[in-house]
Design a protein around this ligand. Sequence first.
Ligand code: SF4
Ligand code: SF4
Length: 91
Amino acid sequence: MKRLHNSSVKRGADAPFFQLQAMNKKKGHPVIEINKSWCQGCSICVDFCPKNVLAMKDGYPEVMDLEACNLCMLCEVRCPDFAIMVEVVNA
Ligand code: SF4
Ligand code: SF4
């Protein structure tokens, strides 16, 4: 059986992650909602955010730099408690 090595995995602008990001950027700008009653304060969303948009404050994530958000949705996808949501809204 042929094994897939990391070098064989398709990377770059055609990866689904980048496609989603590009599609979202065309649609509008982000609005990030954090549901504190569901949040467990694990900081996974903060750790996964590639743009340092989020930071923990008083046990909960807080939006520190919305302008930097690239709409990758990693925070939303990685949250185990469905407590953070990124909406794409028109200007
Ligand atoms: S969508 Fe991406 S860049 Fe924006 S806050 Fe979430 S993880 Fe960070
Ligand atoms: S990943 Fe979810 S539960 Fe964990 S701190 Fe972020 S919003 Fe809260």
